[in-house]
Design a protein around this ligand. Sequence first.
Ligand code: NAD
Ligand code: ZN
Length: 261
Amino acid sequence: SRRDLRAVAELIKSGACKNVVFMVGAGISTAAGIPDFRSPETGLYSNLARLELPRPEAVFDISYFREDPRAFYALAQELWPGKFKPTMTHVFMRMFADRGLLLRCFTQNIDTLELAAGIPRDKIVFAHGSFAGQHCIDCMEEFDRKTLEEHVRSGTPAFCACGGLVKPDITFFGEALPPEFHGSLHLLEEADLAIVMGSSLSVYPFAALPQRIEEGVPRLLMNMEKVGEIGSRRDDVAWIGECDDGVRELAEQLGWWEEME
Ligand code: NAD
Ligand code: ZN
């Protein structure tokens, strides 16, 4: 039988979940005004037509970036951190950290809204990197933040002293994931609750993280659509809808809501 949100809230209230793991994606930031990738019409990929890319994914492809970095710089202009505020869902995750219940937040997002919400850096795994740093793609030298910001603002690619292109520390297709991703996988075995939100679970290896949660450990999905194999286990809960709504319902049942408003 499936537990519903209330059952998950009861489980948390009972003290049974002290090592909670979140696995999140672009869907938790759409309410902040940042488009996701794959939602039809509103997703980034459907809005990239004007950039004349060979295919939308090329904007995050390292070999295409070497050939023509302008499309990425145009996108970076839109996504550059600072103008967006964390959502209810980000705040909800921070409340687990506040209570000492957050084991890790694995995020595919590069918007750093987790940090903006106040989740401690060491509780976050930026699985696909983030806009928080920037390096030359040839000599790997760190590049000046302010200078890159000026380049992003004007949409003109920045170059290192060595002549190499500068790129924010976002993991592109064709690049290795940050060491912190692989270094944190063992934690999934310690999880006593997994909450998956706002991801199509279509980018590997991240998409396989929920499968690493041990049998018998509840997995809660809060997403606009059913994704992955969450729902196939007895202890799974698949809740379909906007994550801010699901989060609100959970927070009310937990008695955390007043603190969140
Ligand atoms: P995705 O676009 O593939 O999937 C988003 C999922 O979230 C979809 O299943 C969609 O139905 C769901 N969704 C959208 N709005 C929602 C809402 N309000 N509530 C609940 N569910 C909602 O995104 P993904 O799985 O994260 O794709 C992976 C790639 O997208 C990553 O590599 C990531 O770096 C990149 N990305 C990041 C950002 C960001 O940092 N905010 C934005 C776009 C893309
Ligand atoms: Zn260089």
